[in-house]
Write a protein that binds this ligand. Structure first.
Ligand code: SF4
Ligand code: SF4
Length: 378
């Protein structure tokens, strides 16, 4: 059976592996392949997974009703169901009430165990406070409609500290993996939760799949350490070695991922000191694969031609590290405004005078535009 961890303040034991319900297998039309996905959930539950995490927007709204139906086979007190309020859709208290009611209906449940304010950043956090959504959620808890209140988070460490110290949260959820220790809440955020005794749920332990499939030379480094261990298992074990991590979410998309995770989390072994040092060394090898040393400091901005210089470099450097073609294509085609792309540079040179890293910004922008276009239009 998979290992469990005690959330001591809440007096409950959650499985260290949580089932993330945002990346189920799909059919050619994009609908959830319910037969396969149900078997994946059943196999995970049979192996001891008791934390199931969905959200209002996952699978275009189909995840909650599907998960609710599958869990209907199991006694209600045998699992913990987590879902999230889509804060970006909440512009009044009435919106929050309607969304929550529709979530209970979609899930076909009387209560939610773990309820999160979804994807808080400084703007949504301020909006939730101003609208009184925190008090609304506290009332849901008092009425027994949710058991534990928390939030998931995507912004800077400073914003994380502001939110985490605002009230006594039952738990919270952050992105953390061996490559993102300095991103968002990061390892400082982890340490703060430990100090305050707020149990942590971790998302993106394999960085959206990037740490599960690495370039060949990096994979070979992991294979030298243990030829039988999957690359993803190293990332899971790195996160699970942090004692205040109580649940690690994995958005599993096929049965082989379920099997690999169940192997990692059954008789879970935290990394020993030697293994920790090896993972840190390999993380350094990955970092060194960046195309240029842009730190994202923003000193070069604004650009008079509208180029979002750090964003262009971020996508290019992430591609350099992981060689993840699909994710890079998606970011370049769908998550980057054409007006902010490198091609709009008019070569004025202003940015290069401001860059503390002394980067050859103009020539790098030309290189990246051609390389990323090449990936997308092959
Ligand atoms: S050189 Fe190009 S990227 Fe740099 S400020 Fe001028 S227009 Fe913008
Ligand atoms: S100033 Fe240089 S290092 Fe900073 S964001 Fe711009 S390009 Fe990157």
């Amino acid at each position: 059976m998979v290992d469990k961890r005690l959330m001591s303040g809440l007096g409950i034991e959650t499985s260290l592996l949580g089932f993330g319900c945002m990346r189920f297998p799909t059919d050619p039309k994009g609908a959830i392949d319910e037969k396969t996905a149900e078997k994946m959930i059943d196999d995970a539950i049979a192996a001891g997974v008791n934390y199931i995490d969905t959200a209002y927007p996952y699978h275009n709204g189909d995840s909650e009703p599907f998960v609710g139906r599958v869990l209907g086979k199991y006694p209600r007190d045998s699992y913990f169901l987590a879902t999230k309020l889509p804060c970006w859709q909440v512009n009044s208290l009435e919106d929050a009430e309607k969304l929550f009611d529709s979530q209970l209906e979609r899930l076909n449940k009387d209560y939610v165990d773990f309820y999160l304010l979804h994807s808080l950043n400084i703007n949504t956090w301020r909006k939730m406070k101003e609208l009184g959504v925190i008090e609304f959620c506290e009332k849901l808890k008092a009425d027994g409609k949710i058991r534990y209140l928390g939030f998931s988070f995507h912004d800077s460490y400073e914003v994380f500290e502001e939110i985490l110290t605002y009230r006594k949260w039952d738990f919270c959820q952050i992105q953390l993996n061996y490559m993102d220790t300095g991103e968002q809440a990061g390892i400082r955020g982890y340490e703060l939760t430990e100090k305050l005794g707020v149990p942590l749920v971790i998302m993106e332990p394999v960085k959206g799949g990037s740490l599960a499939v690495l370039p060949d030379d990096i994979t070979a480094e992991f294979k030298k350490l243990d030829p039988s261990a999957s690359t993803a298992s190293w990332a899971m074990r790195w996160v699970g070695s942090l004692p205040n991590v109580k649940v690690i979410l994995s958005g599993m998309s096929d049965e082989s991922q379920v099997k690999d995770n169940l192997e990692t989390f059954t008789d879970f072994k935290p990394l020993n000191d030697e293994e920790k040092a090896a993972v840190e060394r390999i993380a350094g090898l990955l970092e060194a694969r960046v195309n240029n040393g842009c730190t994202g400091c923003n000193y070069c901005m604004p650009c008079p031609a509208g180029v979002n210089i750090p964003r262009n470099f971020k996508i290019w450097n992430t591609y350099g590290i992981y060689e993840n073609v699909n994710s890079t294509k998606w970011q370049w085609e769908h998550d980057m405004d054409e007006a902010q792309k490198a091609k709009n540079c008019i070569s004025c040179g202003k940015c290069e005078k401001a860059c503390p890293q002394k980067l050859q910004i103009r020539s790098d922008l030309k290189k990246l535009q051609s390389q990323l276009d090449g990936l997308c239009y092959k």
